[in-house]
Write a protein that binds this ligand. Sequence first.
Ligand code: AMP
Length: 111
Amino acid sequence: MECIFCKIVKGEIPSKKVLENEKFLAFHDINPIAPVHVLIIPKEHYEKFNDTPNEIFCEMADFIKNVAKELNITDYRLITNNGSNAGQEVFHLHVHMVSNPNGKLKWPKLV
Ligand code: AMP
């Protein structure tokens, strides 16, 4: 069965898009944990960070900066959960971009 983010890329599942180019897509997380919570994905399917070619992740860095510009935010946190014990639930590489434009983000204890 095709993964949920591949379906979002194809438009088979709706998403609130922030930015898109031929290789990457950014859309709002359905269950936000901060005032801004956007997911950034490569359109090509890689299960997780560890399986992603370095060149793709490098290219994604540029796209991520453009997403921040599009959202008009300068301060944000990037998170990539790599593997189920790290909290990954959707196995299509994604970077969470979270931000609180009106104040600081907390840094919670994780264990
Ligand atoms: P992770 O736990 O790192 O794999 O993160 C998966 C994220 O995908 C979670 O924050 C979910 O809220 C989000 N998510 C799952 N399904 C959708 C969807 N259809 N549209 C937007 N975000 C989604």
